[in-house]
Design a binder for this molecule. Structure first.
Ligand code: FMN
Length: 399
């Protein structure tokens, strides 16, 4: 599927999602598209954006609409970055490189997950765009420090520390569809895989010929095991349940570039993050994948923007599927957003061209919403353009 096909047939991110659904085995598709438990948080993220209506303004000059913005002192073509997602190479051969290149072409930053199958150095070589690296604080703090130094050496611009996963997430649908870890071939996943020969050939077979089993290459050698073999536990896929603000201050001392804390949801945690010296926070419920009753980040954005918006950069993810969602987040006080599933649907549909199409659609939609809202640039997306339901905390005052 080339760019021309996508121009004609992918007219919304939902179209890319449908294409990805057809290309990927069901188990892999659900790993990307679903949340956890009853998918309450996943649906809640979408519902929260839908509840916000725009009060359009007219008789304004919108002959030149610009979506350009500044992230941590550098220009970006839109207030959009790629969210870090593990195992993007399960969607497409070299999926991480595909989305990093697409992001560079679109002029937006790309965040690589530590759980990436492609090593960070290879992604750096393959892309001339802006790269951020995401990490979890591992129980082995010395390995965490080594990873940070490796990211600095590899030329990564910003570090994202994800704090919203103190334990391995429980995703029952992966067990039901036969794609849980450790992965074992069984009737249902064999049938599922065989029904997707293009994926099997391109993503698994070609990779196997090149490097053998897929491995999370950013992990320290002691923790590197083939992806399917990793047991979700403290040592192979390590999560720390005792991360402290002292850990964050330690990382702050070590990392000289922009430091961003991901997964902040409570205004007190946002304030503590600013006190610990971070440059930015990402309001996120992990795309609804961890805690099913978690509130949608967009609902807490006004309160957090009010509390810390003048002192830090506020980014938001979880549920960005339309340019209108971006406009709403900016109007409520965010400086930008990240897209996780929207990117992976693009990659899963058509690799680099698909990811680029996702960014193009989101940016074009944002520009269209701005045009119909009387906003020629992002600073004109203000809270008064929105009809805000009462349960969205206070109106943002951070801008
Ligand atoms: C398949 C998948 C893998 C993810 N892996 C990671 C990860 O390794 N680290 C992380 O901080 N967040 C991870 N996330 C969460 C994303 O960074 C982001 O918070 C979320 O996808 C945003 O919601 P959205 O998918 O609705 O855009 C992952 C999300 C998905 C869909």
């Amino acid at each position: 599927m080339g760019p021309e096909f996508l121009q004609r047939h992918a007219l919304a991110v939902a179209d890319l999602q449908n294409m990805a659904r057809r290309h990927l085995p069901r188990g892999i598709y659900e790993y990307v598209a679903r949340g956890t438990d009853d998918d309450l948080a996943l649906r809640g993220n979408a519902a929260a954006f839908d509840e916000l209506n725009i009060l359009p303004r007219f008789v304004r000059d919108v002959s030149q609409v610009s979506t350009a913005c500044d992230f941590f002192g550098q220009a970006s073509s839109a207030p959009l970055a790629v969210a870090p997602t593990g195992f993007a190479s399960l969607m497409w051969l070299d999926g991480e490189i595909a989305s990093a290149r697409a992001a560079a072409k679109a002029g937006i930053p790309f965040a690589l997950s530590t759980g990436s199958i492609t090593p960070m150095e290879k992604v750096r070589e393959a892309s001339d765009g802006r790269l951020w690296l995401q990490l979890y604080v591992w129980p082995q703090r010395d390995m965490t420090r080594e990873l940070i130094l490796r990211a600095e050496k590899a030329g990564y611009e910003a570090l994202i520390v994800t704090v919203d996963t103190p334990a391995a997430p429980f995703r029952p649908y992966n067990m039901r569809n036969g794609f849980s870890i450790p992965f074992r071939l069984q009737r249902r996943n064999i049938l599922d895989i065989l029904q997707h020969p293009r994926w099997l050939y391109n993503v698994v077979f070609r990779r196997w010929l090149r490097t053998g089993a897929m491995v999370a290459e950013n992990y320290p050698a002691a923790l590197r095991v083939p992806v399917g073999k990793a047991t979700v536990g403290k040592f192979n896929l390590p999560f720390s349940d005792d991360v402290s603000w002292e850990d964050i201050r330690d990382i702050r001392r070590l990392w000289k570039g922009p430091l961003i804390l991901k997964g902040v949801m409570h205004a007190d945690d946002a304030a503590a993050a600013v006190e610990a010296g971070v440059d930015g926070i990402i309001l996120s419920n992990h795309g609804g994948r961890n805690l099913d009753s978690a509130i949608a980040p967009i609902r807490v954005l006004p309160e957090i923007a009010d509390r810390v918006g003048s002192r830090t950069t506020i980014l938001l993810d979880s549920g960005i599927m339309r340019g209108a969602d971006i406009a709403k987040a900016i109007a409520l006080g965010a400086n930008g957003v990240l897209a996780g599933k929207a990117t992976l649907f693009g990659v899963g549909a058509a690799g680099e061209a698909g990811a680029f199409r996702a960014f193009e659609l989101l940016t074009q939609e944002l520009a269209r919403v701005m045009t119909f809202s009387g906003a020629a640039d992002l600073s004109q997306l203000t809270p008064d353009l929105l009809r805000i339901p009462a349960d969205f905390a206070r109106i943002g005052g951070g801008k």
